[in-house]
Write a protein that binds this ligand. Sequence first.
Ligand code: 4AD
Ligand code: MG
Length: 467
Amino acid sequence: MKEIESKRVLIKKVLEESDKFVGQEGVLVCGWVRSLRKSKHCSFVVVNDGSTQNALQIVVDPAVANYEDISKMITGFCIRARGKMVASQGKGQTIEMVAEKIEIIGTVNDEYPLQKKATSLEFLREVAHLRARTNTISSVLRIRHALSFATHKFFGDRGFFYVHTPIVTASDCEGAGAMFRVTTLPPGDAADFSKDFYGKPTFLTVSGQLEAECLALGLGQVYTFGPTFRAENSNTPRHLSEFWMIEPEVAFCDLDDLAELASDYLQFLIGHVLDHYRPELEFLSTQNQNGDLISRLQAVRAAKFHRVSYTEAVQILEEAMNSKKQKFEFKVYWGCDLQTEHERYLTEKHFMGPVIVTDYPKEIKAFYMKENPDGKTVRAMDVLVPGVGEIIGGSQREDDHQKLVKRIQEMQLHEKDYWWYLDLRKFGGAPHAGFGLGLERAIMYVTGMTNIRDVIAFPRFSGSAEF
Ligand code: 4AD
Ligand code: MG
């Protein structure tokens, strides 16, 4: 390995700056063999290093040392190749490498699970430790990075501070009780939590919101970006028990400002991927009947999001149900929680694009949402998108101390646990609002992937914590 002295370059750089590279000798790349083809006079090795969707073709002349071994390589071999970059004769690529030296640094045998033949997404979940080498999963993971990076850019440029909220918590933000317990008590112990590590029952957080509110009422505009955990037993293509959430929280902000922030943010994310990850989107467009992926994203980037109240949304759904335009498994009525099928009807059939639904009945929403003057609904907002359903959930927060106490009691939460949260309303309170974007749902939307287990490297869901 010592004899190759030049510094490795990323294949992404070589392909994107091909003009600069053509004619250069001693260029060093490393990567995994995607395919190998032998002709009478030479071998063609297609290699990908993960830096981009596209691969680099390397032409290997029999005069190259160890040609015998090279020409016997199969998909999955790992190599280090040095050579001269030349303009490509073949179609589909502008530049290729003529090998000067190739070292085989990792071999595979015929037990390698990722042979060249198409492998289903279901099968790839069973070999999640290797699937980052596939076209589909690697492109999805690069877009995952893109959305994370664009998140920091978007909020950073707008003067938001990135804050870190606890993973271990004693309070249930969503009041849904679907929390994982954190304990050092020995198994089987009749739970005396006063003897537990923290002296009381603690859990993995379902949301950083409550702490983010504390910080927003000091720093003004903050956002969290962290893992969240929900022990709901929902075995669906849209739920994970460990997922990542981005939660901006803004002081001096009402629901209208928040809705605007949410659509600006989503459009920024989409724009960033359209501008910088075109090869990935083009590849994904060829998968899962995603043909219109790019034009769909372009349209969403430019269009104003639709906005309706929950009450209007229910009218639309009842209309569809009564006129037999649409059958629903779950009946729709004012007060019902919108199911995925309802959300999808609204975005896919009625509005045909993202829609922001506001002002839900307070009974179906969390305790912290600001009550409307009608006494029945709260200043909540869900952003729904085609193909996925709910992607963002948020609200203006109840800033009236009395009303919040009443709500906590009505919902039979322990007022004592929320003393610090209530203090925010006692001392220098201010109107404020925030939302949570599920990172995995956003990736599904942008990539057109239909199962959430394929947009996170190592998915966690009920019954599965492999890898
Ligand atoms: O609507 P949710 O439950 O809202 C909250 O947690 C608020 N505390 C957020 C806030 O106001 N700061 O969750 C927010 C988003 C959902 O819209 C969805 O995208 C995602 O988180 N989400 C999940 N993603 C994957 N798997 C699950 N089990 C999810 N549950 C929610
Ligand atoms: Mg929600």
